[in-house]
Design a protein around this ligand. Structure first.
Ligand code: AFP
Length: 347
């Protein structure tokens, strides 16, 4: 249900909309206890998303658009809202009693929470793309939920071992509207925040990359001279065509989301140091906090994700803050990228 521009309420077809509860109910491979735990975790994410959305809207009025004057574990400037979002989500997820280990892009070490019963391990990027806040641009929060393995008491090791067993991934996009996108193994659903009721309302779904794969390419071509030849060849090939569109917001959640709905590909390859610039030889994005969750969502929506060598979801995780090259989008465009860039075809 929603309101159209004339103020009239729009009723989406009931059968194509699933509430969060209904979606969790039909997720595959969950025990009854896990189902309750996943639902409660998603409710905590929804509550956090609502709170972060509310505070972001007030940011400019409170002078909160810039740096908190610290550097995070990635060596990047911490924006005031990175820290606010971290506190909001870790407070709610910790209190849920359903997340035993939480790793965050904003924290060097895992947080460990007491959990009485079924619980999951979680990785999150509480506020991705936060440099966009200075211009009131879109940002997002990203989450992945893992089933704990057997007998590993060390929380860092436990999450590194569990990364190939993603149960659910989600992101919240804070833009013109606030959306929550949730994926289980084979299905993606989308919810829109109704600011009046504070509830995330289901939108028609499931969400899939459009047929044909689309024509949008999101890549920061300012790094062209730092790329290896295969990536340059890919971009050169695009420039010889008439039918493609470049779109790049510089916030992964927004770029990915647009490409999911419209059909496209997001690429952040490794780039070599140049001049005084440090570069990101292994890629800029983080395996646990950005690449794995987006790869899982892409696959559930019919798309693919690779680091240029292997599927993202097959990569071993060796370090919580590990960086990785990321190519993610519709199946057709990721396969085409691999052919032109001379990378193995992802499956
Ligand atoms: P910030 O959170 O520091 O703004 O970084 C955002 C991000 O990790 C990802 O969301 C963007 O797609 C990517 O970096 C943009 O990086 P460039 O500004 O180097 O293109």
């Amino acid at each position: 249900m929603g309101e159209n521009t004339s103020g009239r309420v729009v009723h989406h077809k009931r059968e194509s909309c699933l509430s969060l509860e209904e979606f969790v109910e039909r997720a595959p491979d969950l025990t009854a206890g896990e189902r309750i735990a996943v639902r409660e975790i998603l409710e905590s994410i929804a509550e956090g998303g609502r709170e972060v959305s509310r505070r972001l809207a007030l940011g400019p009025l409170h002078g909160l658009t810039g740096s908190a004057g610290q550097v995070n574990v990635q060596g990047e400037e911490v924006q005031a809202f990175d820290e606010i979002a971290q506190e909001v989500f870790s407070g709610l997820l910790g209190a849920s009693g359903r997340v035993s280990v939480l790793v965050s892009e904003e924290r060097e070490k895992p947080d460990v929470f007491p959990c009485p019963s079924e619980s999951f391990l979680m990785a999150m990027d509480p506020l991705d793309g936060s440099s966009n806040l200075a211009v009131s641009g879109p940002v997002g929060s990203i989450f992945a939920l893992y089933r704990p393995g057997e007998g590993d008491d060390d929380p860092s090791r436990a999450i590194l071992r569990a990364t190939r067993d993603v149960v659910c991934a989600a992101y919240v996009l804070y833009s013109v509207s606030t959306l929550m996108v949730v994926a289980f193994r084979e299905e993606v659903r989308m919810y829109a925040l109704d600011p009046a009721s504070g509830r995330f309302m289901p939108l028609p779904g499931p969400v899939r990359f459009p047929d044909g794969g689309g024509q949008i390419v999101s890549i920061n071509t300012g790094n062209y001279t730092r790329w290896e030849r295969g990536i340059q060849s890919y971009v050169d090939t695009l420039h010889s065509r008439s039918s493609w569109s470049a779109r790049y917001v510089g916030a992964l959640v927004m770029d990915f989301h647009r490409n999911l709905l419209k059909g496209g590909i997001y690429i952040y390859p490794g780039d070599l140091p140049r001049g005084s610039g440090g570069g990101h030889p292994e890629g800029k994005l983080r395996l646990l906090f950005e690449a794995i969750p987006m790869a899982f969502i892409a696959r559930a929506a019919g798309g693919l994700a690779t680091n240029g060598q292997k599927p993202i979801l097959d990569l071993p995780a060796t370090h919580i803050h590990q960086r990785v090259a990321l190519v993610v989008g519709s199946r057709e465009l990721v396969q085409e990228f691999s052919r032109i860039a001379g990378a193995p075809e992802p499956v």
